[in-house]
Design a protein around this ligand. Structure first.
Ligand SMILES: N[C@@H](CCC(=O)N[C@@H](CS)C(=O)NCC(=O)O)C(=O)O
Length: 205
């Protein structure tokens, strides 16, 4: 059994979506990150990283329990555990790695910076807000170009799509206003229609 500790953020949604999509059985524990619940001693004792999402799988590798943080590590873990959403051929796998990294290290941090500038930073700056927004649009533009010739980021549906989708969903409105990204919009609609995606997002809402 997997215990998932998470919240309704893009990172938190990634973990819930991949557990649903891999048809893994899990118990959902929603934490209030704005109140800092994830840093309470009882949760730090489980997950020293002190951020959501994290999972505890009582039946981890070798039948031993494992605790795992980092949304994209959880995506890869669920994929490896179930043999799903990782292309079988080397070239496809390499593409899945590339686009998962693009989502994890380029798109998601740029998107977080938009949130920090709009909500959390003590001094807001319109110029800095525009800088971060432009980066988000640029990175999603890169995805749009890839999706012009591929149904999914790595060709077939893979871990990379589940890493990107929640960030896309939270930024859809500003992306729609900022640029024409038709391939991304087509892909986003396909991802949004998946029952596993819908079930995870509804459970977190
Ligand atoms: N790179 C990490 C980021 C995790 C992260 O920053 N989680 C946020 C919520 S989305 C959090 O728990 N923030 C509260 C904190 O850091 O105290 C991941 O992908 O899981």
């Amino acid at each position: 059994m997997i215990d998932l500790y998470t919240a309704n953020t893009s990172n938190g949604q990634r973990a819930a979506i991949i557990l649903e999509e891999c048809a893994l059985t899990y118990r959902l524990h929603k934490l209030d990150v704005m109140k800092g619940e994830q840093r309470q001693p009882e949760f730090l004792a489980i997950n020293p990283v002190g951020a959501i999402p994290f999972i505890v799988d009582s039946d981890g590798p070798g039948g031993m329990p494992i605790t795992l943080a980092q949304s994209c590590a959880i995506i890869l873990y669920a994929s490896e555990k179930t043999g799903k959403f990782m292309p079988r051929n080397f070239a496809g796998r390499a593409l899945a790695w590339q686009w998962l990294m693009q989502a994890a290290t380029d798109v998601a941090p740029a998107s977080s910076n938009v949130f920090y500038n709009m909500v959390l930073m003590p001094e807001k700056s319109e110029a800095n807000g525009k800088f971060f927004l432009d980066r988000v649009v640029r990175y999603f533009g890169d995805c749009d170009r890839q999706l012009a010739s591929h149904d999914y980021l790595a060709g077939e549906l893979s871990v990379a799509d589940f890493a990107l989708y929640p960030v896309y969903a939270v930024r859809k409105k500003i992306l729609d206003e900022a640029a024409a990204l038709p391939n991304l919009a087509r892909w986003g609609a396909q991802m949004a229609a998946r029952p596993g995606v819908q079930k995870a997002l509804q459970a977190l809402a």
